[in-house]
Design a binder for this molecule. Structure first.
Ligand SMILES: Cc1ncc(COP(=O)(O)O)c(C=O)c1O
Length: 352
């Protein structure tokens, strides 16, 4: 039986499923996750855990929220914790978007923003980044929008946005400003998280999926002033963060040595990967993150599909506006980068 999509809610009828490549043991350099393997402190907890499965987790993940509050000099009530920062995005739009509201989404930026805005009844108001991939402050401030979202460092371009621009938007924009800091640990210029009590409209999003190497456990959080956090906690699905993931995240926060080692590795390897790409004819963009966006010297889709056949996955952004013919790859260890560059060189050899 064929069921027409007309039965779907009209606002979500055109949705397509998310990126889900068929895997055959490829080297995954396409998801910006930590290449150093599972977070050791979280793994130690999982190997020795004793957990009661018959009771619910703490309703609002108080244990993790307190540990994060200690880390940033905030209070537990400044934080909302949940099932990945994707849930925090969903909760932000659910809490503050009225049906038909505009939400500023920069172009290019994280592909799922449009999805969360639309799903929650809003309309994505696309505002292009400037030529050097910085925020167009005037257009954002002047926009008739309820929420403005920006990932800093930006995915897929890799650069951070200037703090003075973000702060100007925070002071002049008449709405909520979400700064998505999924990759901020890699950025030397740091985070806006310590400023959540300074601005009444700032939400900072963070995740355990990237530098913490815990993507499998789906843990993310939002920080904001207490009033905003209270509103978001009232909307969030209770218990959305499971007990096991919460405890593993607490263990990981208490041991920052792995995070530091991971950041040091990326800081050292990033310029070498960029140099290797340049040598092969790519044009890499400057990155403050654990991935690099680069213009390919051959057709982007040929490069990505042939690399996959050779066992390496990178992400294709080449058909999207502002990232024409570009691909994005995770910064690996010296060994992984050398494997990836070697395979890229083979593809170029065959297709030039
Ligand atoms: C900018 C940005 N925000 C949020 C996320 C989602 O993170 P999480 O795994 O915590 O849902 C990603 C994942 O790639 C991302 O790149």
């Amino acid at each position: 039986m064929m069921v027409s999509r007309d039965i779907m809610r009209s606002s979500t009828r055109d949705f397509q499923k998310y990126y889900n490549p068929k895997l055959h043991n490829e080297l995954r350099m396409d998801t910006n996750t930590n290449v150093l393997g599972s977070n050791p402190a979280a793994m130690r907890y999982l190997k020795n855990m004793e957990v009661e499965l018959d009771s619910y987790p703490n309703t609002y993940s108080d244990g993790l929220r307190s540990e994060l509050a200690k880390l940033y000099g905030l209070e537990m009530d400044n934080i909302v914790a949940g099932n990945g920062s994707d849930e925090m995005l969903d909760v932000s739009f659910k809490t503050f978007t009225e049906w038909g509201d505009n939400c500023v989404v920069p172009v290019p930026s994280y592909t799922l923003y449009d999805y969360f805005v639309t799903m929650n009844g809003g309309k994505a108001l696309e505002v292009d980044l400037t030529e050097d991939f910085q925020l167009d402050v005037d257009s954002i401030v002047r926009s008739d929008a309820k929420i403005a979202i920006m990932p800093s460092p930006n995915n897929p371009t890799g650069n951070v946005f200037r703090h003075r621009d973000i702060e100007e938007i925070l002071s002049k924009f008449n709405g909520i400003v979400i700064v998505d800091e999924a990759y901020v640990e890699y950025a030397p210029k740091g985070s806006m998280i310590t400023k959540v009590n300074e601005f009444d409209n700032l939400i900072v999003l963070r995740t355990f999926s990237k530098v913490y190497a815990m993507a499998a456990l789906r843990v993310g959080y939002a920080a904001s002033n207490k009033d905003i956090a209270d509103m978001m906690n009232s909307v969030k699905i209770p218990y959305s963060l499971n007990k096991i993931s919460e405890n593993a995240a607490i263990a990981a926060v208490k041991d920052q040595s792995f995070v530091k080692m991971s950041v040091d590795m990326v800081t050292e390897q990033r310029p070498m990967l960029a140099a290797g790409l340049k040598k092969l004819g790519f044009e890499p963009y400057p990155s403050d993150s654990n991935f690099i966006l680069a213009k390919s010297p051959i057709d982007h889709s040929v490069l990505v599909s042939k690399l996959k056949e050779k066992g390496v996955l990178i992400r294709d952004f080449g058909s999207k506006r502002r990232t024409e013919n570009c691909v994005r790859m995770t910064v690996g260890t010296e060994e992984l980068n050398s494997i990836m560059l070697g395979k890229i060189a083979e593809v170029l050899e065959e297709f030039r």
